[in-house]
Design a protein around this ligand. Structure first.
Ligand SMILES: Nc1ncnc2c1ncn2[C@@H]1O[C@H](COP(=O)(O)OP(=O)(O)OP(=O)(O)O)[C@@H](O)[C@H]1O
Ligand SMILES: [Mg+2]
Length: 137
């Protein structure tokens, strides 16, 4: 059975750092090393920024962040009830001729061991990401 901790976060960029620091402190409790903690912080910040920048259009609406801590892994869910998007429209970034933007989801998938995105136009987005202890990628 894993421990879990949930936060309801205001839809404002200044709170992304609060979530980054919370993720960092939980990840260090689980036992991740400094590099892995940095990866988790970057992935969490990208997902929170997406919820704020693309998802929620109403200033007064919060989004949710859930952390699940296990002996061998950490799972983070970032859930917004915003506009949602079509996963089919997300293109793989062209790393040879990079464009500006469009890298967040790619970065999250690169840094975390498992990533699952579900999104529904008009109903919002849930991104689940897992990092396992002691797995080199
Ligand atoms: N939570 C979300 N709600 C609605 N749309 C989203 C959400 N997350 C991602 N998207 C859509 O997916 C696209 C790709 O997201 P991604 O983070 O990869 O790139 P970006 O945010 O456009 O650019 P970058 O993250 O590099 O600044 C976004 O442009 C947006 O259309
Ligand atoms: Mg992004």
């Amino acid at each position: 059975m894993s421990d879990h901790l949930s936060m309801s976060v205001p839809n404002k960029p200044e709170y992304v750092n609060v979530i980054r620091l919370t993720a960092s402190s939980i990840a260090s409790r689980v036992g991740f090393d400094i590099e892995e903690i940095d990866d988790i912080k970057i992935a969490v910040a990208e997902a929170c920024t997406n919820a704020i920048k693309h998802g929620i259009k109403n200033d007064q609406e919060n989004f949710d962040v859930e952390f699940y801590m296990d002996c061998d892994k950490m799972m983070i869910n970032i859930i917004d009830k915003g506009v949602g998007f079509s996963l089919d429209e997300i293109e793989e970034p062209d790393l040879i001729n990079p464009k500006e933007g469009g890298l967040g989801i790619f970065i999250i998938k690169t840094l975390m061991d498992e990533v699952n995105i579900s999104s529904d136009i008009g109903n919002g987005t849930c991104i689940k990401m897992i990092k396992y202890l002691g797995v080199d990628i």
